[in-house]
Design a protein around this ligand. Sequence first.
Ligand code: GLA
Length: 380
Amino acid sequence: MKDPATLRILHQGRYNAAPLVFAAPGRVNLIGEHTDYAEGFVMPAAIDFATLAAISPRTDGQVVLYAENFAEERSYPADALPTAATGHWSDYPLGVLSILAGEGYRIPPLSLSLWGDVPLGSGLSSSASVEVATATALLGLLGATIPGPLLARLCQRAENEFVGANCGIMDQFISANGKADHALLLDCRDLSYLLAPIPHDVALVIANTMVKHSIAGAGYTTRRAEVEEACAILATHRPEIKFLRDATVEYLDEIPTNSLKRARHVITENLRTVAAADALLHGDLAELGRLMHQAHISYSQDFEGSCPEADTMVDLAQNLPGLIGARLTGGGFGGCTINLVEKRHAAAFSATLKQRYHQATGIEPEIHICHASAGAHPIA
Ligand code: GLA
C-alpha cells in the first residue's frame, strides 16, 4: 500500500466517511541498548517504515478498529471498551484508548483503520508505531494536542500496563518526536533530547537476520530483571543509586558475576551513547563507527543479548567497502542489525551482505536502505 491515499480510499469505502490520516514511524536505534529503563541514554532515528491510521467519527456508539494487514475488524461499545489484553493485535490500539481515557480524554464512537509496513517481530518497533499512530489519530479527531514527550510516555504506559510488555520509553519517544535526517539523543531520565543531523552521504542499512525478536519474550524480561537486580545490589549500600544511570564502572566489583556483566554493559553503553552523539555532531564518523562496534561487542559478550545470526551479520559487514559502523539494534535475541554506510556504497554493500549472510547461515535476509524520517504527523 505505502500510499496514504490508498488507506484513505479504503477507509472511506468501508465506513462511508472521509477520514483524517496520520503516520507514525518505526525506529532503528543507532546506539544505547537496554539503557532506557535504567534512565540512561539512547540514540535512535525514526525510519521510513510506518503505521498509517485513518480515523472518522461514527453515530452508532461503536468503536470500530480495522487492521488492513490482517484484514480483520473488531467492534466495541464506546462506553464499554475492553479493560484487559487478549493477545490480539487490537490490544495495542485499545491500550492507547484505555490509557487516554484514564487521563480524562473522551473516547467518542469512531472508526479507525490501521495499516503498517514496519516488519513485525524484527526489532524495528512496529508496536510503538501502532500505539503512537492510534494516539495521534485520536487526538486529531478530538482536536486536542499533547506534547510529544508526554504522548510517548502515555503510549509506553499502554504497552506496559495494558499490553503487558515491560518496555522502556525509547521506541514510543522516537516514533512521536523523530525528525527527518536526524538521530535523536534522548536522556531517558528527564526526557530532554537533542537532534544530531545524519550527513546526507550516510545511509542507514537495516539488515534483518530473520530471527524473530519479541519484547514480550523471556530474553528481554530476564535481562531487564538482571539490570534491576544489579542496581538493587548497589543501592543497598549506596542509596543515592536509583537506576544504573547513577552508577560508574568503579562500583562494578561490588556486583556478583552475572549481574556484573549486565551492569557493565549498561554503564559503558551510556558513556558510548553520549560520546557517539558528540561524534555525530562533530562529523567524526570514524569515531561513531568505532563506538557502534564496541557497543555490539558489549551487547553480545557482556549483555549476552545477541544471537549467532546477528553476530554473523555484524562480522560479515566488517570489511565491506563503505561501512562506518555495524551493530545489533533493538531489544535483542534476534531482529535487525543497523549498518551506517557511505551512501555511494550502500547498494553494493547491501547486495554483498545479503549474499554472504545467505551463504553463511542458509537464511535469506531482508536488507533495507532506510532514511531517518519524521516522527508522528498528519497527512494532508
Ligand atoms: C525494546 C524496548 C525499548 C528498549 C530496547 C532495548 O526496543 O521497547 O524500550 O529497552 O528494547 O534498548
